[in-house]
Design a protein around this ligand. Structure first.
Ligand SMILES: Nc1ncnc2c1ncn2[C@@H]1O[C@H](COP(=O)(O)OP(=O)(O)O)[C@@H](O)[C@H]1O
Ligand SMILES: [Mg+2]
Length: 468
């Protein structure tokens, strides 16, 4: 972990600033060096050419020795050494008096004795000092009679340049150090929150979904922390839902199973003459098995919906006919229960493009609910007819009952999975019916509305689109 982003960032910053400073200083030092040397060179050249010009125009060179003395007297300066040589390069006059009678053989002198001015940079052939010089030819009546050479010591210049370079290097090192320290702290502003988020994520991965990242920043890292927290919250919610689901569904599945097992045991010990009791027990076993089957069907539908695998198989279906057969199918149960059970259909036939099996499933679910919660003497009505909603034609199916109803405040929760009203908490069922119905209606492109009031009853309306 410690080898991570922080070091990489600091290292990168360091490298970039190091390279920048190095290139900048190298260019600067080279520039200064060039500037100093070329200005010295120009100066030497001007002086040498001036002296040569003066000689060539105004002095009689038959006697170079006396001319040389004159030139030195006129032009001698402290900052330069002036040497005058004869045509073989032997020094006949020297402003410093050091090199008289010595023979100069540097390239500039050679060139000057051939008739052209030239510069020289290097070590002095006698003192070994670093020097720059310019030599110009002395000409008399068209022939080169000697040369004048201006020389300047570069030791002082180099000292100044070295001093400057040292100063620049020290300054550069401090700059690099300073920027590196700043970049370290800059990197820490990224590394510290990332480490915190990583620790949180690791804890989450180990199953502790209660932890939350404390990083609050208005940048990508802050967004990452927010997303992580949101993800943990969602996972926690799903975990809770899953646990709730398992406990609720195990309870719902166990009830009919207990009943089936109990009756099977009873029937086993019942003498075969007791036909009536046997019949009663078998009826219960059958109805409880059916209930188990329905519940398992609901669970399968739910998982198909979750995985978006629930498909409709629409076909042109005459809806009034479908309503009638479903109504008839549940009539015996309603009669037995002693409720006033009615069917109200609009006169004309209506063909809809629907999945008849699924619409029937919705109808049975709604009618089953009404039958479950309506006491003898109550009313249940199934009705259907066309209805126009927001400029679109729908076929509207309504199931009304005068049963127990549920508190109006709970109505919005009915479409949620596993929701069972505490109002009639003892009823059997997993609380999946209406949630599945709602999804099925939605898959058909329709809508479902529920209204209920305790003591007055419940109305469920679902609208299926009419396509022309
Ligand atoms: N017609 C109704 N009258 C009163 N309560 C109802 C009615 N329909 C549904 N409910 C309430 O809604 C709950 C969920 O019903 P539903 O979604 O059909 O689940 P289930 O699959 O258990 O039948 C029921 O347990 C009941 O509390
Ligand atoms: Mg139901």
């Amino acid at each position: 972990m410690k080898l991570g982003i922080g070091r990489r960032l600091t290292g990168t910053y360091f490298l970039v600033i190091f390279i920048t400073v190095a290139i900048f200083e190298l260019a600067l030092i080279t520039g200064i060096n060039y500037y100093y040397l070329s200005s010295i060179n120009n100066n030497l050249k001007n002086q040498a050419e001036m002296v040569a010009g003066f000689h060539n125009n105004f002095l009689d060179s038959t006697d170079l020795y006396s001319s040389a003395r004159q030139l030195i007297d006129i032009f001698a300066q402290e900052s330069f050494q002036i040497q005058i040589t004869d045509k073989r390069g032997k020094v006949i006059a020297d402003s410093l008096g050091q090199t008289r009678d010595q023979v100069l053989d540097t390239t500039d002198i050679m060139k000057a004795l051939q008739g052209a001015g030239d510069k020289f940079k290097g070590r002095d052939q006698f003192s070994g000092e670093r020097i720059a010089s310019w030599s110009a030819p002395l000409i008399s009546q068209g022939t080169v009679v000697g040369a004048v050479r201006f020389t300047s010591s570069l030791e002082l210049t180099y000292q100044v340049i070295y001093g400057l370079a040292q100063y620049l290097i020290v300054f550069g090192l401090f700059l690099i150090l300073g920027v590196s320290i700043i970049s370290y702290f800059l990197a820490q502003t990224i590394v510290v929150p990332v480490e915190e988020i990583t620790r949180t994520a690791e804890q989450m991965a180990q199953g502790n979904l209660k932890v939350r990242s404390q990083v609050v920043q208005a940048d990508e890292i802050g967004v990452l922390a927010g997303s992580l927290n949101h993800m943990a919250a969602q996972l926690e919610k799903h975990e809770e839902l899953k646990n709730e689901f398992i406990s609720s569904i195990s309870h719902e599945l166990r009830t009919p199973l207990t009943s089936i097992e109990g009756w099977a045991q009873t029937l086993k010990g019942t003498p075969s003459e007791a036909r009536e009791e046997m019949q009663y027990g078998l009826d219960i076993i059958i109805s409880e098995s059916e209930r188990l089957n329905e519940m398992v069907e609901d669970l399968l539908d739910l998982s198909r919906l979750e995985a978006c695998r629930l498909r409709l198989y629409p076909e042109p279906t005459e809806i009034n006919g479908l309503l009638r057969t479903t109504y008839e199918q549940l009539k015996p149960r309603a009669d037995k229960q002693g409720v006033d059970y009615r069917l109200e259909l609009s006169a004309e036939e209506q063909v809809l493009d629907i999945d008849p099996r699924r619409v029937k499933q919705i109808l049975i679910n709604l009618l089953d609910n009404s039958l479950k919660f309506t006491a003898p003497g109550g009313e249940i009505c199934l009705s259907g007819g066309r209805r126009r909603i927001e400029k679109q034609d729908f076929y509207s199916i309504t199931v009304t009952d005068t049963g127990s109803g549920i508190p109006t405040a709970e109505v919005s929760l009915l479409k949620e999975r596993f929701y069972k009203s505490p109002q009639n908490a003892l009823n059997k069922g997993a609380g999946l019916g209406l949630a599945i119905c709602d999804e099925l209606v939605r898959l058909h492109g329709g809508t479902m509305e529920i209204d209920s009031e305790v003591g007055r009853g419940t109305v469920v309306i679902f609208n299926l689109p009419v396509t022309s």
